[in-house]
Every structure is written in structure tokens, then in C-alpha cells.
Ligand binder design. Structure first.
Ligand SMILES: [Zn+2]
Length: 228
């Protein structure tokens, strides 16, 4: 083993994160067997997919996609668990990158100006140390070469200082999200990114804030989708 692959082994453990089998050359995080069984949704090839249908009548979005189906005890659950609770940012980078590669030819994504991560509450950000949606964006950025813009913030209404901030007028009263520098998004196309789609409530709340920007067009993309 040379020094370089030794360093890689530290970054990417040498066993498959799903089945535990030893990885061979050119395999990253998961083995070829598990890789071939990744439950991909292929939503990006179908404009009328289950995710876009779930958002009908709620928000004005032009594109909705998720990379993987989430099933209990499945590989997607393992990916999200490692990313959110085990501090393994490289998992989010890796699968974000692959998700981005998949979206490269998509007509909505090819003209997207910014990737915007769904923000984490400050308290959670402090305890986790990072926002998993931002990590996924970073991975997507590396393949899509679209800049990441962190101008959505999650706030707490009990924090009176927050309420006095200058971008108060962008506050959507029923939701806990605010947008700073909204003028940056005027007439732009954005892709809002989150880790997992369940009810769509968080994405809906973010979209409602984004929708207030003149001429914006919005798409949503999540690493996983959990269907009922
Ligand atoms: Zn495996």
C-alpha cells in the first residue's frame, strides 16, 4: 500500500458502508454489488413524478427530484445516518457529487444559477457542527459547477434580537425562515437542496420565502425521498 492510498483509507474506510465487505480498487464507500442496487428514483427524467405531485397546489416550483428512495434498513437510511449522526461529511460529498452528475443534462439544472441548502437551526448547527444539506450542495457543486448560496436562514421567534434584524421584512410570519440579500435572486433560477423529503413541509416553507423574490424560478432536489 502506498502513502496516498493509505491516506485515502483514512478518508474512505476500506469496507462497504452498507454490507461491510472489503472494498477493492476504485470502489468508494460502497461496493459494486451495493452500488448496482442503489434505489435510484430517476425522478429527474419524469417531470410529473411523485415528489412534484406531492407539492402540487402548495408552492410554485418548476422542477422536483430526489436521488434515492428511502426504505427502512436500506442503504439510503445508512447514507443519511452516517451523514447526519456520525459526522461523515464525505458521505454527503460523495453522493451529492453523484447526484449532481446525474442532473448534469437536466434542462432545469443546466440553467440553474444557485444551489441553496435548506438551513439548519442554529442550535442544531452548533451541536452537529455542519449543515448536512450544505454538505450535499458542496458535493453537487463539485460535479455541476453551480455556486452554493447560503442566504436562507432558520430563525427562532423567541429570539427577540433576531426579530430586530434588518431583513425582517423578508420574514414569512407563519414559517421560521428568512432570506438575506433577496435582490441576488431576482430573475434567477435556484435549486433548493435538502437531505430527505418526507412531507415536504420544510421545503414548502422555504419555497414560500423564495417565491417572494421578483422573477425567481425554483426547483427542489433532495438526496432521498421517503414515501408513505
Ligand atoms: Zn456492499
Amino acid at each position: 500500500m502506498n502513502i496516498f492510498s493509505g491516506i485515502l483509507d483514512l478518508i474512505y474506510p476500506v469496507v462497504c458502508m452498507h454490507c461491510g465487505i472489503s472494498l477493492v480498487k476504485h470502489e468508494l464507500l460502497i461496493c459494486s454489488f451495493c452500488n448496482a442496487r442503489l434505489p435510484q428514483t430517476h425522478f429527474h427524467t419524469d417531470p410529473v413524478n411523485e415528489m412534484s405531485r406531492a407539492m402540487w397546489g402548495r408552492v410554485n416550483i418548476e422542477f422536483a427530484t430526489a436521488y434515492l428512495f428511502f426504505k427502512k434498513a436500506g442503504i439510503t437510511q445508512g447514507i443519511l445516518h452516517q451523514l447526519k449522526y456520525k459526522g461523515r461529511k464525505e458521505v454527503g460529498i460523495h453522493f451529492g457529487n453523484r447526484f449532481g452528475n446525474l442532473l448534469k443534462e437536466n434542462p432545469f439544472v443546466t440553467h440553474t444559477d444557485f444551489l441553496i441548502p435548506v438551513p439548519l437551526h442554529q442550535k442544531k448547527l452548533r451541536s452537529r457542527g455542519y449543515n448536512q444539506s450544505k454538505i450535499i450542495c458542496d458535493g453537487m457543486q463539485s460535479s455541476l459547477e453551480i455556486p452554493v448560496l447560503e442566504n436562507l436562514q432558520r430563525i427562532s421567534y423567541t429570539d427577540t434580537q433576531t426579530r430586530k434584524r434588518r431583513f425582517d421584512r423578508w420574514l414569512n410570519v407563519s414559517e421560521k425562515f428568512i432570506l438575506s440579500n433577496p435582490e441576488m435572486l431576482e430573475n434567477k433560477r435556484v435549486l433548493l437542496v435538502d437531505d430527505v423529503f418526507t412531507t415536504g413541509a420544510t421545503l414548502e416553507a422555504c419555497c414560500k420565502v423564495l417565491e417572494s423574490v421578483q422573477g425567481i424560478s425554483i426547483g427542489i432536489a433532495t438526496l432521498a425521498i421517503a414515501l408513505k
